[in-house]
Ligand binder design. Structure first.
Ligand code: PGA
Length: 260
């Protein structure tokens, strides 16, 4: 049982202009304390990555990209590659439900993005989760299986050292209708079981698994207390500096070693 890093990630989505992002980081810097065991990662608009990478104290905040294209370069008008993000983003979201459901990204493309991130030294945060109707039909474990198999296709056990999984039930994102810690626990168990099948027990236990979906200061501690959860991916509440800072503190106070 070793100490594990806790990841607190803020996905700003398509919010804040470049100047506002800078002001917001300035505010966050005073409300978010640095703790060695906690990795705080911000996912701003792509436009602000460069300026923020010069602004932030990298011991306090790491930066991530919300999206990128899986090819490294070429005639792909309007796209940004993981190769172009090198040095600016340490993490990247892949397979977020808004990418899957609004932009119709599918398994194969998501798998290619995971590989592109790893190939370029960026840690992918692979988001998986079922919709409300899949949940109602009892299909959660099957959906997680399919999304993990597709998202982690052609990934090696060594690559897995760089990969983070985020369980984000689609029905809980931005709705205030968050999953119960019990739901979360069984989904996380299903995720680790699938990782065990794909990569073996050591990798399954070592892979960080986060929860995301309507996380707030009121419920953050209850998720962090779930056995097998290594952190949180936060949307709405990450745009409130006081709340985000309080969630980081809650994670620190939890100060726990996770049993797997
Ligand atoms: P939410 O978003 O916290 O606003 O539900 C989570 C996410 O989309 O990652």
């Amino acid at each position: 049982m070793a100490d594990r890093t806790i990841y607190i990630m803020g996905n700003w989505k398509m919010n804040l202009h470049v100047g506002d992002s800078s002001l917001f980081v300035h505010k966050l810097a005073s409300s978010v304390k640095s703790h060695r065991a906690i990795e705080v990662v911000l996912f701003p608009t792509m436009l602000a990555l460069q300026s923020l990478s010069l602004q932030v104290n990298h011991r306090q905040f790491k930066l991530g990209a919300q999206n990128f294209y899986w090819r490294d370069h070429g005639a792909f008008t309007g796209e940004v590659s993981a190769s172009q993000l090198r040095g600016l983003a340490k993490y990247a979201l892949v397979g977020h439900s808004e990418r899957r459901h609004v932009f119709h990204e599918h398994g194969r493309e998501i798998g290619r993005k995971v590989q592109a991130a790893v190939r370029n030294g960026i840690r992918p945060v692979l988001c998986v989760g079922e919709t409300a109707s899949e949940r109602a039909y009892g299909e959660t474990a099957d959906i997680l299986h399919d999304q993990l198999v597709a998202g982690l296709a052609n990934v090696t056990s060594e690559d897995m050292a760089e990969i983070i999984i985020a369980y984000e039930p689609v029905w809980a994102i931005g709705t205030g209708d968050n999953a119960t810690p019990k739901d979360t626990r069984s989904a996380v168990q299903a995720i680790r079981m699938q990782l065990r099948h794909l990569f073996g027990t050591t990798v399954a236990n070592a892979t960080p698994v986060l929860y995301g979906g309507s996380v707030s200061i009121d419920n953050a501690a209850s998720y962090l207390a779930v056995d097998g959860i290594d952190g949180l991916l936060i949307g709405g509440a990450s745009l409130d500096s006081r709340q985000f800072g309080a969630i980081v503190e809650a994670a620190y106070k939890q100060g726990r070693t996770t049993k797997k």
